[in-house]
Structure formats: structure tokens, C-alpha cells
Design a protein around this ligand. Structure first.
Ligand code: HEM
Length: 469
């Protein structure tokens, strides 16, 4: 294991703040840097410094410290090294914009209403239409006794949903045996962003960088097609009141300004990425836990059966999704154990002491590692246990709101949270209502990292449910 606990040199201040320093330069972060960091925290405690080639990163999972970091008067979002790499292809899009970039506030204010819970009513029919594409594909799998590729199909579904609901653009992912080339390029861009973090100084990466550039150009080209299809008024290019319509036409509620063309392109790339990778991972983990926990699956079944009885093709309404409270708990519990955007950065607005002891300079970044925050003592003495009853309304009310941060924190928290939860809750409900899930391969969880997290190689076989089961 790549861990050596060594005291920090005097000038780094370790003798003042007593934070363990772990130098991972000998092995690097490897293909699973987030899980490596989780492991370091398991061994060394919920706050530590990780040193790589002389650069230190402070990781925090302790509830009290995260609560402090959530204080917007003292701290703000940090665009750290990972997001700076993502910025190479999303620039000043919402996710990777710097706090003081004017385009962040402009786009945020223009787009916020489109993501309020009530707006999900507008997207609901499209979400349902795409969910039915997935069901058709899974029906074929069930008929042929063929295993379905869970994360692959979840990604097809979330990409088509954000494409259609956001931009009136159909990626047609279920008609393709392989992922849409946009996905392949995007995944490579995300991998490049991650792997670039572990480069040894001085080594040559010209070929990887050129390949990245080609992929980033391709993403931009797809997005330009999406935008020009709209601008040309191409039939079927989508209704004007979706996200793209809003970006092209809406004026800022305060100063009347509009988004410029370059920024709209950056937003579309951002939404296509942020809007589907994480949601698809969340649904995949939820299905994994359902397949492994028959008692939980049974409770979800009762909930959906109470709504849809033995209808073969129920028509879930917008309101139905709000009634799937236990299904939503399952999703939250999956996001607790595997928050698919696992880390977010914060920095101090002024020089300060975190926890009254860890000196931070203004602008210095701190990484909150959500999977380990989600395993702190506030979650009881068996945090590894999958247990959706942790998310009843009473349990939530009794717990600090800072104990659960899968969507980040503060004004830079996830704008798409309601979108993701609506889409995912409805789909999980529909799948559990329709199929029996078989863990035919006795799947052992391996989590793949491409900046986001997914259960790698997870397949299920399906049989249709009958009225009797
Ligand atoms: C921001 C997680 C789904 C769009 C974030 C952040 C997290 C997150 C942790 C904050 C990042 C930071 O502080 O650096 C998730 C998870 C999702 C999900 C776990 C699914 C389960 C979505 C969806 C959309 C979306 C469906 C769009 C339709 C965004 C955008 C931001 C963001 C635009 C940047 C917001 C800003 O800074 O103004 N998300 N997200 N996300 N997310 Fe999500």
C-alpha cells in the first residue's frame, strides 16, 4: 500500500495542525484515485494531506469540518486541478466557471427557473418517452434471456433524456450497439482530465494531449450541430421552451443581458456531460443494491404496485413520481454509499483556520470526499450497510443537513438535482414494477472511475413479472 505517514516539514505547518501527510508519489494515484483517497481516510482519519510529486492536497470528510466548509460567508467553490482540466473542454460553462466570472451568475440566474421542481412537469413526458425506449430494449433482453448491460443502458437513457429534454436533440442511443461517439469522446476527455492529475513532471504527453484535443473538438462540433439544428428551425429540432430555447432567447431577470454564443456552446457541452454521467451511475448503483437486497426490493415493489397495480404498461404521471418516496430513499442511500460525483472543492475567502487549527490561505483549495463523509459516525456504527430507512423524513430531520452532500453545497450546488431525481426515481419504479431482477453472474462490485463513478461490468438478467409475483 502506498502509504507512509511522515510529519510535514516545519514550513508546511504540520507541527501546528497535526494533519497526517501521506506521500503517494511512489505509486501515484492509480486508476482509481477516489477509492485510493477513501482508503487513506479509512486508515488515517477524516482529514489528511496527500502529497503527489511535491504537491499537497487537503482531503476532508469530517462532519464538523465539512459543516464549516459549507459556510458560504467563509468559503466558496474551488475550481481545483481536476476541474481546471475539465475546463479545457467546458470553459466557462456553469460547472467549471470561476465564482467571479460574470457568465456564471448570468447563466445561473437565467437557467435556475428551468430547474425548479415545478419545471420537471415540462420534462416529464420526454423522460417517460425515453424510459420507454429502455423498457423496450430490456423487454428484448428478457425475451432472449440475454443479460443487459446496466451502466451502459442507463447511460443511453440519461444521454437521450438530457439531449431531448434539454435541447430537442435525439442521440438515438438505443438504436446503436456501441455508445454514441459523443459518449466515447466525452469519456476519453474525462479520463484525460483525471489521468493528467497524476503526470510526473517533465514527462512527454504530446500524443495524449493531441488525442484529447481531437475529442474536445468533436464534442464542440456535435454541440454546434445541436445548436444550428435549432437556429435553422429544422423540423423536429425541439420546442423553444427547453434549455436551449431559454439560453438562446431569455434575458437576465436583473440587467436584461443575454448569454453569448460561445457561452451557450459551453453550457450545452456542460449539460450534456453533467446531465447524464452522474445520473446514470446513480441508477446503476441503485439497481446493484436492489439486486443484492431482496427485502428492500420487496418494499419498492409494494410501493409501485400500490400505484400501478398489475397494469402492463402503466402511465406514470408527474405526481406519481412524487409519491415514490421509498424508491427515492433507495436512490438516496445508493448516493450515500457511492455519490457519483464523489469530490468537490472549497476554498477559503480569507486566510483562516479550519477547525480552529488548520491554517488555510485565501484561495487555497480543500477537497471534500463525499463517500467518506457519508460513512462518518453520524451514520451509525455500520455505515457500509445499505439501509434506505436512513432516509425517512424523520431520520433526515434528525440529522445534520451537512452529513449528506452528493450534490455539493451552497450556491454552486447541483442545479440539476431535481431533474436527476425525477428521472431516476421514475425509471427505478418502472423497472421494479415490470421485471424480476436476477443477479445471474453473482456480481462483485468494482467501481470504475472516469472522474465519476460507475459499477463496472454490472449485468442483470430479467424476467417479466406476472400478476402473481
Ligand atoms: C453541479 C452532482 C445530476 C448539472 C454539481 C455538483 C455536484 C453534482 C456534486 C457540484 C460540483 C462542485 O461543487 O464542484 C450531481 C449528481 C447528479 C447530478 C450526483 C445525479 C445523480 C445533474 C443533472 C444536471 C446537472 C441531471 C443537468 C441536467 C449540474 C451543473 C452543475 C452541477 C450545471 C454546476 C452548477 C453551478 O456551479 O452553477 N452536480 N449532479 N447535474 N450539476 Fe449536477
Amino acid at each position: 500500500p502506498p502509504t507512509t505517514t511522515a510529519p510535514l516539514p516545519r514550513d508546511a505547518g504540520s507541527d501546528l495542525d497535526g494533519v497526517p501527510l501521506i506521500d503517494i508519489s511512489a505509486t501515484g494515484p492509480g486508476p482509481a484515485p477516489l477509492q485510493q483517497a477513501m482508503d487513506l481516510i479509512r486508515r488515517h482519519g477524516p482529514v489528511l494531506r496527500r502529497r503527489l510529486h511535491g504537491r499537497d492536497a487537503l482531503f476532508v470528510s469530517d462532519l464538523d469540518l465539512v459543516t464549516e466548509l459549507a459556510d458560504e460567508t467563509r468559503f466558496a467553490k474551488h475550481v481545483g486541478p481536476a476541474l481546471q482540466n475539465v475546463r479545457e473542454f467546458t470553459a466557462d460553462g456553469l460547472f467549471t466557471a470561476y465564482n467571479d466570472e460574470p457568465n456564471w451568475a448570468r447563466a445561473h440566474d437565467i437557467l435556475m427557473p428551468a430547474f425548479a421542481l415545478g419545471s420537471m412537469r415540462t420534462y416529464h413526458p420526454t423522460m417517460l418517452r425515453v424510459a420507454r425506449r429502455l423498457v423496450e430494449a430490456w423487454d428484448r433482453g428478457a425475451r432472449d434471456g440475454r443479460p443487459v448491460d446496466v451502466p451502459g443502458d442507463m447511460t443511453r437513457m440519461t444521454l437521450d433524456t438530457i439531449g431531448l429534454a434539454g435541447f430537442g436533440y435525439d442521440f438515438g442511443s438505443f438504436e446503436r450497439a456501441e455508445p454514441h461517439p459523443f459518449i466515447e469522446s466525452m469519456v476519453r476527455c474525462l479520463e484525460w482530465s483525471m489521468i493528467r492529475l497524476s503526470r510526473t513532471p517533465g514527462s512527454d504527453h504530446a500524443a495524449a494531449d493531441a488525442a484529447f484535443r481531437a475529442d474536445a473538438d468533436y464534442l464542440a462540433q456535435v454541440v454546434d450541430d445541436v445548436i444550428s439544428a435549432r437556429a435553422d428551425g429544422t423540423p423536429g429540432a425541439g420546442p423553444a421552451e427547453d434549455l436551449l430555447g431559454l439560453m438562446l432567447s431569455a434575458a437576465h431577470p436583473g440587467d436584461g443581458s443575454k448569454l453569448d454564443t460561445a457561452n451557450i456552446r459551453n453550457q450545452v457541452i456542460t449539460f450534456l456531460i453533467a446531465g447524464h454521467e452522474t445520473t446514470s451511475g446513480a441508477m446503476s448503483f441503485a439497481l446493484y443494491y436492489l439486486a443484492k437486497h431482496p427485502a428492500v426490493l420487496d418494499l419498492v415493489r409494494r410501493e409501485v404496485d400500490a400505484l400501478w397495480g398489475d397494469a402492463t404498461d402503466p402511465e406514470p404521471t408527474f405526481e406519481d413520481v412524487g409519491r415514490l418516496t421509498y424508491t427515492r430513499q433507495v436512490l438516496n442511500e445508493a448516493l450515500r454509499l457511492w455519490p457519483t460525483a464523489a469530490a468537490f472543492g472549497r476554498h477559503a475567502r480569507e486566510d483562516t483556520l479550519l477547525g480552529g487549527r488548520i491554517p488555510l490561505r485565501a484561495g487555497q483549495g480543500v477537497t471534500v470526499l463525499a463517500p467518506m463523509l457519508h460513512r462518518q459516525p453520524v451514520w451509525g456504527d455500520n455505515p457500509e450497510l445499505f439501509d434506505p430507512s436512513r432516509f425517512t423524513a424523520e431520520a433526515e430531520a434528525a440529522r445534520s443537513p451537512h452529513a449528506f452532500k452528493p450534490f455539493g453545497t451552497g450556491e454552486r450546488a447541483c442545479i440539476g438535482r431535481q431533474f436527476a431525481l425525477h428521472e431516476a426515481t421514475m425509471l427505478l419504479g418502472m423497472l421494479v414494477h415490470r421485471y424480476r431482477l436476477h443477479d445471474h453472474a453473482d456480481y462483485r462490485l468494482t467501481v470504475k472511475e472516469t472522474l465519476t463513478l460507475k459499477p463496472d461490468g454490472f449485468t442483470l438478467t430479467l424476467t417479466p413479472r406476472t400478476a402473481a409475483d
